[in-house]
Design a binder for this molecule. Structure first.
Ligand SMILES: C[S@@+](CC[C@H](N)C(=O)[O-])C[C@H]1O[C@@H](n2cnc3c(N)ncnc32)[C@H](O)[C@@H]1O
Length: 261
């Protein structure tokens, strides 16, 4: 009997033939969108930082996405920290054509707003470690994609410079349109209003690949002088924000469900 060749399917930058690792997923709707378009997710690994119970508690909408991903053959992993993912027991021997981190964010801490230098430092540390780990997990010609807001204060993260420090260079910066990914809902994450979306202004997918040249720039200069210290900015436009009680309020029902006393 003649064997049918599988047809390659694309959605934007992503192909069903590529090995794709998705990290820092919220409700897994981005992964599910790709899988649906491909008709198969056997080449995909979709991951979250939080353990499964917390993902369910934060994102009630994850259930159908996770079911769909598993039905289409996706490997789903929880508790994958991008800072050390290259040493993760399942990922350690794997290589990927594309590693995707959409809207990275280090979380929110009471008293800090998105313009605050300490929070920007945390975001930068997260991305620096992510790039270092990701650059060791790419197949030949592979790419790291970070989708990020490029307006102030998010442009203070200096994403490109962080990637350069890990030997990755910018191939392309493409405008990101949510409508190009049917069913995708960008999530705030964090602990307050985790399942809510946030405004997507000036968003781009930054596509990096392994550099063949040494950047002549100083890789990781301190740019703190440029930062705008503003402690009382209550910018509702932020990816994640909330008070301490808001931050931890959600944990009680989860602990009850897990029978933690
Ligand atoms: C603003 S949310 C975006 C969620 C999702 N990528 C989306 O587009 O809807 C930021 C995400 O970064 C994740 N994150 C933060 N630190 C992380 C880490 N060290 N490792 C993996 N994911 C992390 C959070 O769990 C959260 O899901």
């Amino acid at each position: 009997m003649k064997r049918m060749k599988k047809k390659e399917r694309w959605i934007q930058h992503y192909s069903s033939f590529q090995k794709i690792l998705l990290v820092g997923e919220g409700d897994f709707s981005f992964s599910a969108c790709l899988a649906r378009q491909f008709g198969s997710a056997v080449n995909m690994v979709a991951t979250s930082l939080d353990p499964q119970e917390i993902v369910y508690a934060k994102h009630w909408s994850c259930e159908t996405h996770l079911e769909e991903l598993k039905r289409l053959g996706c490997r789903v992993l929880h508790e994958v920290d991008v800072k050390e993912m290259k040493r993760h027991p399942t990922l350690i021997n794997m290589e990927f054509d594309v590693i995707v981190f959409n809207f990275p964010h280090a979380g929110h801490f009471p008293g800090f707003c998105e313009r605050h230098v300490e929070l920007i430092k945390m975001h930068r540390e997260l991305l620096k470690a992510f790039f270092e780990s990701a650059s060791d997990m790419l197949s030949s010609g592979g790419e790291v994609h970070v989708t990020h807001r490029d307006d102030y204060p998010y442009n203070r993260w200096k994403v490109e410079k962080l990637a350069n420090g890990a030997g990755l260079y910018l191939k392309e910066r493409v405008e990101f349109q949510k409508k190009d990914y049917p069913g995708y809902h960008n999530k705030r994450g964090g602990a307050i209003n985790s399942n809510k979306t946030f405004p997507l202004k000036d968003c781009y997918t930054f596509k990096f690949s392994v550099s063949t040249w040494e950047s002549e720039e100083e890789e990781d200069e301190e740019d703190d002088d440029d930062y705008d210290y503003n402690y009382d900015d209550d910018d509702d436009d932020t990816i994640s924000s909330g008070s301490l009680s808001d931050e931890i309020g959600w944990i009680l029902p989860v602990m009850k469900r897990l029978h933690v006393k």
